[in-house]
Write a protein that binds this ligand. Structure first.
Ligand code: GAP
Length: 453
């Protein structure tokens, strides 16, 4: 395995320096574990989500899309088991006033200096472990009264189960078929941290695939393979990705089998996505609590059954973090250190930078004209400020795969140079052929140059 030396601090620093991700509410001192995505972060995350939608909707015919409400009827969470079971055991320290997850106490840091593990010194005064529900509560309506309590969804999945009947009636799909959704979820994590890896507000990309019960195992295998391939096809190095089946005692209350796709983050192997066989737990639970029949009836044969569900559940923020870490690289050009994000071109926030070599002789005008023509089909950026080397470095650091440079020859023969971020090759190409060439390169299969190291 190629050694990876990037630390989480280096990623955090690059993200802030280049405007990918900022700590939230920074002018007020920040709000722990909340982050705001800046311009390049928005573009990158949008690309991650678009690639997911493509894999779910465009490349198949058996999945449909949903965008459900964040605040659902509160009985949703009774039926799903979240009200009673979505808890972590926590302990408080009466001395340093911090709160720790009882099952992660070994990784905790006491609030006093020098920092120790909670409970390590005689001054620590820990409470007994208590269950702490991770759902955020709020109220609907102008007055706080009985029955007005609602919850911010802790997963997008339940919105899909609530709509199962609507989709049977309107989507002209029958099992096996899936409903996919991307959206924000909220968890009052006791110990959030590690940048966007664990936040209290994050985005999930979840798909519930409804199948005849006898086919559940086969579809579980299918989705596990599909999801592993999605990450590697988008450039994650296969030796930094692994599948970890859950032990029986780790399984969630709804699951009969779960495998985590884990990525080798700088904090060690950690969950990127979970693929679960949820059986018929959710549809049966919602049928019982709502009094509605949630089953599939085959009109031809009269056969009826409650479908089983296979769920690939990914985090958009965690996927973005893994793509950033996997892409991070450093090399040297002419004796000068370069930081470069070797992102898959289809994930890169900006696909092409258009740069006049100098700010005179008609070069800026021609470069701006090329930029305007390209931006109709790809995310293009025009930059005329500073030495050309510095402009290339800046684009390398945000992962722009190609740079178009306009020079004095461009004014004579309408050709430009097309520079490749990874190979540094510079090709002379006619301005008229640029759009097609960039489109061709974007569609071509891609392999991380870090795999050749
Ligand atoms: N519906 C099943 C479900 O929600 P999960 O393993 O709790 O399963 C799925 O969440 C994915 O959501 C995780 O693999 C992770 O990528 C992401 N995720 C979960 N909690 C998160 C958090 N606090 N911050 C960022 N991402 C999170």
């Amino acid at each position: 395995m190629a050694p990876d030396t990037v630390t989480m601090d280096e990623i955090v620093s690059l993200c802030k320096r280049r405007g990918f991700v900022f700590p939230s509410s920074e002018i007020y001192g920040g709000l722990g574990s909340s982050y705001d995505y800046g311009h390049y972060g928005v573009l990158l995350k949008t690309n991650v989500k678009s690639r997911w939608w493509e894999a779910m909707l465009q490349e198949r015919d058996d999945i449909v899309a949903l965008d459900s409400a964040i605040i659902q009827h509160p009985r949703t969470w009774q039926a799903s088991g979240h009200l009673s079971g979505f808890t972590d055991p926590m302990v408080d320290c009466r001395t340093c006033k911090l709160r720790f997850r009882a099952d992660h106490i070994e990784q905790g840091h006491c609030g006093r200096k020098p920092s120790r593990k909670p409970g390590e010194t005689s001054d620590c005064n820990l409470t007994e472990a208590r269950d702490f529900n991770l759902m955020f509560e709020t109220t609907v309506g102008p007055v706080r009264e009985d029955g007005s309590t609602v919850y911010l969804r802790p997963e997008t999945a339940q919105g899909i189960f609530l709509n199962f009947k609507n989709y049977l009636q309107t989507s002209r799909k029958k099992p096996p078929f899936g409903i996919a959704q991307i959206g924000k979820s909220f968890r009052n994590e006791i110990t959030p941290g590690n940048f966007v890896f664990r936040m209290r507000e994050f985005e999930q990309m979840e798909m519930e695939f409804f199948v005849p019960p006898a086919e559940a195992e086969r579809w579980f295998e299918h989705w596990t393979e599909q999801r592993m391939n999605w990450y590697t096809e988008l450039g994650i190095r296969p030796d930094h990705l692994k599948l970890r089946p859950h032990e029986r005692d780790e399984l969630s209350h709804y699951s009969s089998a779960t495998s985590d796709i884990e990525y080798l983050f700088p904090i060690g192997w950690s969950e990127l996505e979970g693929i679960a066989n949820r059986g018929d737990f959710d549809l049966r639970a919602h049928a019982e609590h709502s009094g509605q029949k949630l089953e599939y009836i085959d009109t031809a044969s009269g056969e009826r059954y409650v479908p089983h569900v296979i769920e690939p559940a990914a985090g958009a923020d965690r996927a973005l973090l893994a793509f950033l870490i996997d892409a991070y690289d450093e090399d040297e050009i002419d004796g000068e250190k370069r930081t470069v994000l070797r992102l898959h071109p289809r994930l890169a926030p900006v696909k092409v930078a258009v740069l006049p070599l100098v700010r005179k002789d008609g070069q800026p005008e021609l470069a701006a004209e090329i930029h305007r023509a390209l931006r109709g089909s790809v995310q293009s950026e025009y930059d005329e400020g500073g030495a050309i080397g510095r402009r290339y470095r800046r684009q390398d650091e945000i992962g722009t795969p190609w740079a178009v440079t306009v020079d004095h020859q461009s004014l004579e023969d309408r050709t430009v140079t097309l520079r490749d971020r990874d190979s540094l090759a510079q090709e002379r190409i006619a301005i008229d052929a640029l759009g097609e060439e960039i489109g061709r390169r974007l569609r071509a299969p891609w392999r991380s140059p870090k795999l050749n190291d």
